[in-house]
Design a protein around this ligand. Structure first.
Ligand SMILES: *Cc1c(COP(=O)(O)O)cnc(C)c1O
Ligand SMILES: [Zn+2]
Length: 415
């Protein structure tokens, strides 16, 4: 028996067979995976998970793949750090960081891609594609290479050199578009329409893709001894990750693995140069798409967020809030996270940590709440950007006396 009944419209409830499709033919609403929860309840158990592989596939009973033919580079089951130093710095009693920068291609996009590519092969796709702000393109390139299937990735030409170098090395077909992510996404959607056998992970197989992010909720709860956090903070690009986290915790309660999922407060963070979702939460308005984007957090530079409406709803229903943070705050947060917890993140992670700081300062996060922050990408990917925020040391001659002089200077500046 399959645990996937099919696809279901989030708006009108119309049902479809599981296929390469993301939009309802009746109302144009987005589709989501329709699971057989009785079947899942019968097969899934905490013991089985504990015996599973140290990757997202330990939660296979909760993922929309039949069989075990996974395209697996080993994504997920990353460490939930008890961030005592950063917690102390911000005045939080119990702060945790789930470090997702250590996935195979160094961002959380490996989770969604591993699930989407596995499902695409199951559905008979002949090529894999995506529209990407940078990280997804590398994840798709790597997983398509592993699966031995052609890949077409569409990116805005303006993203970080480090990300372009990385994706090119996996050798997918890279289509760099003069324009924003939203322009690249529109083109990729048109290509997907013309080539229905090509699975675009975040477009026509998006219902399966988003399921991969729920594993971040599963592994947080597991590492907390199957307990729910009080408050979570996630970055917001399209809003898909935040929505998937929300669902992931609810589903764990549905199958009896945790309690109190409805008490989790869910907050998000966006860069102020591209904050359609945060602005909508702050002003309690509709999510209004924006065309002019200006931020160093390229992974979050989505002006027309596909899941913006649902992300705003999830935040407000939970009693959470959304921050928007400046480039300076993002760079400062990158340094703060690295110098307190030893975790090097890209500007998306800086946005989340800066958002955490701002939400604590504005009283939206209570110091007593057990808070979990999702750090989603690696600093090595955006070194050009981060280099501007640190000072290169002046060199010295390799002699002990030169070192002593230098040490005096260091002690002087530190005092
Ligand atoms: C894509 C991405 C996000 C945003 O995810 P959404 O699901 O689009 O909201 C956050 N952080 C990093 C590092 C990303 O690559
Ligand atoms: Zn519908």
């Amino acid at each position: 028996m399959s645990k996937v009944i099919g696809l279901k419209c989030r708006e009108c409830g119309a049902e479809y067979e599981a296929g390469i499709q993301n939009t309802c033919y009746e109302c144009f609403g987005p589709l989501e995976v329709h699971y057989d929860w009785d079947e899942i309840q019968d097969t899934a158990s905490k013991e089985k998970i504990a015996r599973g592989p140290p990757s997202i596939w330990r939660y296979a009973d909760l993922l929309p793949i039949d069989g075990t033919n996974y395209v697996d580079l080993g994504s997920g089951y990353n460490k939930l750090h008890h961030a005592k130093n950063l917690g102390k710095e911000l005045g939080l009693k119990e702060l945790y960081i789930l470090d997702d920068s250590v996935n195979p291609t160094n961002s959380f996009k490996d989770r969604v891609t591993s699930v989407a590519v596995s499902k695409a092969l199951e559905l008979g796709a002949t090529a894999i594609g995506c529209a990407s702000t940078g990280n997804l393109a590398s994840a798709v390139g790597a997983h398509a290479a592993k699966a031995g299937i052609p890949a077409y990735v569409f990116i805005p030409s303006s993203i970080e050199t480090g990300k372009i170098t990385q994706m090119l090395t996996y050798d997918p077909n890279v289509i760099a578009v003069d324009g924003t992510y939203d322009d690249a996404n529109r083109l990729a959607s048109e290509v997907a329409d013309q080539n229905p056998d090509w699975a675009f992970v975040n477009i026509n197989v998006r219902p399966y893709y988003t399921e991969g992010s729920r594993t971040l909720a599963f592994e947080t709860a597991e590492q907390l001894g199957w307990n729910a956090p009080d408050h979570i903070v996630a970055p917001l690009g399209s809003g898909a990750l935040l929505c998937a986290l929300t669902r992931g915790y609810k589903e764990l309660e549905k199958i009896g693995f945790i309690d109190g999922s409805s008490c989790i407060r869910i907050s998000g963070s966006q860069p102020s140069g591209c904050s359609p979702i945060s602005t909508a939460v702050q002003n309690d308005t509709e999510v209004i798409p924006i065309r002019e984007l200006d931020t160093i957090a390229h992974s979050l530079a989505i002006g027309n967020p596909a899941d913006g409406y649902y992300a705003k709803q999830a935040i407000q229903t939970s009693g959470g809030y959304a921050a928007s943070v400046t480039n300076e705050e993002i760079l400062e947060a990158i340094r703060l996270l690295a110098s307190t917890e030893g975790i090097f993140t890209e500007p998306a992670g800086g946005t989340t940590v800066a958002g955490l700081k701002s939400l604590v300062e504005s009283g939206h996060i209570d110091p007593d709440e057990r808070t979990v922050v999702y750090v989603t990408g690696n600093g090595l990917k955006a070194q050009d950007t981060i280099a501007g925020a640190v000072e290169r040391p002046e060199s010295i001659k390799p002699s002990y006396s030169e070192f002593t002089k230098k040490l005096n200077n260091i002690t002087k500046t530190n005092n």
